[in-house]
Ligand binder design. Structure first.
Ligand SMILES: Nc1nc2c(ncn2[C@@H]2O[C@H](COP(=O)(O)OP(=O)(O)OP(=O)(O)O)[C@@H](O)[C@H]2O)c(=O)[nH]1
Ligand SMILES: [Mg+2]
Length: 340
């Protein structure tokens, strides 16, 4: 079973091929005196191309062989022969990979769909052979140009795992406890806010060996959309999931009101990205083992019109039913089958 950190990174040096040099050849044949220039052009240097491949699941491999170099173009030759283009280098990366220029931070590619290709570094153009430089005054040009260098730079490659389901809730609501109860992940839990600082992905494994990936996103707070707390980064993670599970502390710990918690979470999503609050969701009413939770739940349903799934993540009560509910809702409301 694989439990991965949410972001998997590699640094690499990409170098596209150099263009082949143009040729400065002259035609020489037994019965053709002064045969004239016949030097062909050099071939283009190979590109470095990244391609998304759904069978890849990490960019870590790249860090073991971080020089990504495409082939050089061949030089041109006599008889106007064009040099062969340098072979391209095709680098397969998982869907959800972004590539940045390491020095400037500039985003060079955001590769999401299987089969999508991006030319990351262009090969240099081939040089021109001397056939191009013939004119009425220069009958026997020796001039020919060298191939251009290919592009080369260091890149930062990041894979952002895309989980199917995101757990969304205020700090301390019990998201990590729930992730530990329903998936193979074993995140740290503690009775204080912001225990989780990096998103963690786990997989719900069903007996028929299908799975659903779930990400525990660190606690949202009012103002997250402005960068408060752990801020934007985590809202972006939520954005990538097709289905949301709101984890609400029904015990109303620290004098919280569950219905206003729910409203505040949805508002935070809306402020970050209008439309995000209407992404398909279900609500898990957590901490139902605590005193007052049942009354709070009744009030919650009255106030919001939503019927949550009652659970105690800590005692693992209702969590099996929640797994099944997540599966059914995910399939019914996003039209997505679970992954094998
Ligand atoms: N009584 C009770 N306590 C719970 C339940 N679920 C979680 N807790 C407790 O609530 C506290 C917070 O749980 P976490 O799972 O760390 O909460 P979180 O939402 O991941 O919090 P952050 O990582 O800080 O955002 C821990 O002390 C848990 O033991 C539950 O169902 N019942
Ligand atoms: Mg947590």
């Amino acid at each position: 079973m694989k439990i991965r950190k949410f972001v998997d990174t590699a640094v690499a040096y990409v170098r596209a091929g150099k263009g082949g040099d143009g040729s400065g050849s002259f035609r020489r044949e037994a019965h053709v005196p002064l045969g004239g220039p016949d030097g062909g052009d050099g071939g283009r240097g190979g590109h470095v191309i990244f391609e998304a491949d759904r069978s890849e699941d990490s960019v870590m491999r790249i860090s073991f062989a971080p020089h990504l170099t495409a082939g050089d173009g061949a030089p041109g030759a006599g008889r106007k022969m064009h040099g062969r283009d340098g072979p391209d280098l095709l680098v397969r990366v998982p869907c959800g990979t972004t590539v940045r220029n390491l020095a400037t931070g500039e985003l060079l590619a955001d590769i999401t769909e299987h089969g999508q290709r991006v030319i990351l570094a262009h090969g240099g153009r081939g040089g021109l052979g001397n056939v191009h430089f013939k004119s009425s005054t220069v009958r026997a040009p020796t001039r020919h140009t060298p191939g251009e260098a290919g592009e080369s730079f260091d890149v930062l490659i990041e894979l952002k795992l895309v989980a199917q389901v995101a757990l969304v809730g205020f700090p301390n609501a019990g998201k990590s406890t729930l992730l530990g109860a329903i998936t193979n992940a074993r995140p740290k839990t503690a009775p204080y806010p912001f225990t989780t600082v990096n998103p963690i992905v786990g997989t719900i494994l069903f007996p028929d060996s299908t799975g659903i990936t779930v990400v525990d996103v660190p606690g949202l707070i009012a103002g997250s959309h402005e960068g408060k707390g752990l801020g934007h980064d985590f809202l972006r993670h939520i954005e990538r999931s097709r289905f949301l599970v709101f984890v609400i502390d029904m015990a109303g710990t620290d004098g919280r009101d569950p219905a206003s918690d729910f409203a505040a979470l949805r508002e935070e999503l809306r402020l970050h990205n209008p439309g995000l609050e209407s992404r398909p969701f279900l609500v898990a009413a957590n901490k139902m083992d605590c005193p007052g939770a049942a009354e709070n739940l009744a009030r919650f349903s009255g106030a919001t019109g939503v019927r949550p799934a009652p659970i105690s993540a800590e005692l693992r009560e209702g969590t099996d039913a929640l797994r099944d509910l997540i599966r059914n809702e995910l399939t019914a409301r996003t039209g997505r089958e679970t992954a094998g």
